[in-house]
Design a protein around this ligand. Structure first.
Ligand code: NAP
Length: 483
């Protein structure tokens, strides 16, 4: 089964930061793939903007190299040449006055207009201001802003206020690429398009939830950036919080941007402040062959966490008594992202000698091999009488939908197409981001005020021992981290 491609309206997309890493690795290759899929009208235009002085031709060559490398397309593929025809370039310094009139002349009035701010957040205000002052944008224009959206509540508020000077909330698309993942959207489909799960989706039937985002890479190469961030800012405040919201939220009255985001916001506001004993921070250590975090970060005194595990409680009727355990880290055993929902054990077993029934578990895999796995009890096949065994009802989307996934849009592609369609459902609203920081700030502040050091853990392990104890204390265990 191949997904239906619905072309978007004719558009002009301006990419600020078009010469940067994100544009090269994700945005341009993603747009190319959507073009090849027939989703982008051939009249649309993609205009790169950055300080580098170059003309349209040089930018097309640059884009061709990036697309060949990151979309795996041959340089002589005729579809690449067709796509490059859509591309143009304007040299602009976000803080200067040159180039803006040229840009204004290039952006058409009748087409959908979107401006992707793929630059450092410090430049968002400069770009927004000049787009407005040069009369390039109006109330129909859309802007896309990248993470990080602030580094605490104050900076996020300031950023929101800066953008709000020139744009209405319905024009602002804050990207969290996790929300563009197929499985993340499937979470909503599974919950709200089936009768099977939702009646059980509460503290009465769910024992606990585990959310894991594990990476095998360290921070080498971007150590100085990461050292100012750490796992809480880099992963928890945004991606993991979004996953938590989608699992925990009430059913929205409609699959509509504000209805969905209202429900997510209520979850964030219902998060209880974290108790000091409910969080473990870790740092991977050198093992003789591989450098440790302190080598990679180049700050021998750094207390920044490359791993964090926490027990989160949601204070509302649905979730009172069901903890959510979150963990994320670098240099762990495998690269995997998953959400595991462990149901409660059946209240009574009628099978006395057949073995105790185990709790059902629903695992939603985000990567690798997106899919779902529901563990259920059945009778062990064969003549040995009634013996119970737990088996997985395993659904890999690749198998179930008859695709290896290569024809599915990746998160960035999907989200950019949503911007053109004017659909904000999978983008974070300003109040959501602020509420997430309001919950995270005290956790970060308490750590900064303390003298504690992060718990060391070995590269290739599952994280620090202390994180295992966080679970054992509650008579629970983390799921194994494996690809
Ligand atoms: P990058 O490689 O450093 O690229 C920055 C871009 O901004 C370049 O095109 C640069 O081009 C342009 N630029 C810098 N100063 C400028 C100015 N004064 N006026 C106009 N353009 C200017 O950064 P990146 O990795 O692409 O990241 C871009 C944004 O995406 C950042 O906010 C980052 O946090 C976010 N992000 C990136 C990734 C990723 O995987 N790379 C992932 C998530 C989020 P010139 O030097 O030619 O001006």
């Amino acid at each position: 089964m191949v997904s239906r491609v619905i072309p978007v309206d004719d558009f002009d997309l301006v990419i600020f930061g078009a010469t940067g890493d994100l544009a090269h690795r994700k945005i341009l290759p993603g747009l190319f793939r959507r073009f090849v899929a027939g989703q982008i009208p051939a009249t649309s235009r993609i205009i790169g903007a950055a300080r580098t002085e170059q003309d349209d031709h040089a930018f097309r060559d640059e884009a061709a190299r990036a697309i060949s490398e990151f979309a795996g397309v041959k340089a002589n593929d005729p579809r690449l040449a067709q796509f490059l025809d859509l591309l143009g370039y304007v040299a602009i310094d976000a803080r200067g006055e040159g180039g803006w009139t040229d840009l204004k002349a290039r952006v058409r009035d009748g087409a959908v207009q979107a401006f992707y701010f793929s630059v450092a957040p410090a430049l968002f205000g400069d770009i927004a201001e000049r787009l407005a002052n040069f009369g390039i944008v109006d109330s129909r224009s859309r802007i896309v802003v990248e993470k990080p959206f602030g580094r605490d509540l104050d900076s996020a508020r300031a950023l929101n206020a800066t953008l709000a000077r020139h744009f209405d909330e319905h024009q602002i698309y804050r990207i969290d690429h996790y929300l563009g993942k197929e499985t993340v959207q499937n979470l909503m489909a599974v919950r709200f398009a089936n009768i099977l799960f939702e009646p059980l989706w509460n503290a009465q039937f769910i024992d606990h939830v585990q959310i894991t985002v594990a990476e095998t890479v360290g921070v080498a190469g971007r150590g100085s950036y990461y050292d100012k961030s750490g796992a809480i800012r880099d992963m928890v405040q945004n991606h993991m919080m979004q996953l938590l919201c989608l699992i925990a939220m009430e059913p929205p009255y409609h699959f509509d941007p504000d209805a969905v985001r209202d429900e997510k916001l209520k979850v964030i506001r219902a998060l209880e402040p974290l108790e000091p004993g409910d969080i473990v921070r870790g740092q991977y250590q050198a093992d003789g062959r591989e450098p440790g975090y302190l080598d990679d970060s180049e700050n021998p005194e750094s207390r920044t966490e490359s791993y964090v595990a926490m027990k989160v409680r949601i204070s509302n009727w649905r979730w009172q008594g069901t903890p959510f355990y979150l963990r994320t880290g670098k240099k762990l055993r495998a690269r995997t992202s998953e959400i595991a929902i462990t149901f409660k054990e059946p209240p009574h077993s009628i099978f006395e000698d057949a073995g105790a029934p185990k709790a059902n578990e629903l695992v939603i895999r985000l990567q690798p091999n997106e899919g779902m796995n529901l563990k259920v009890m059945i009778k062990e096949p064969g003549p040995g009488g009634m013996r119970l065994v737990q088996v997985p009802l395993d659904m890999s989307f690749a198998d179930a939908l008859g695709t290896d996934g290569s024809d599915m849009p990746d998160a960035y592609e999907r989200l950019i197409m949503d911007v053109i369609r004017g659909n904000q459902t999978l983008f974070m609203r300003g109040d959501e981001v602020e509420a997430a920081w309001a919950w995270t700030d005290p956790i970060i502040d308490a750590w900064e005020d303390s003298k504690r050091l992060p718990e060391p853990y070995d590269a290739g392990s599952s994280g620090p021992e202390e994180a295992l104890r966080l679970m054992h204390r509650d008579n629970r265990r983390w799921r194994e981290i494996r690809a």
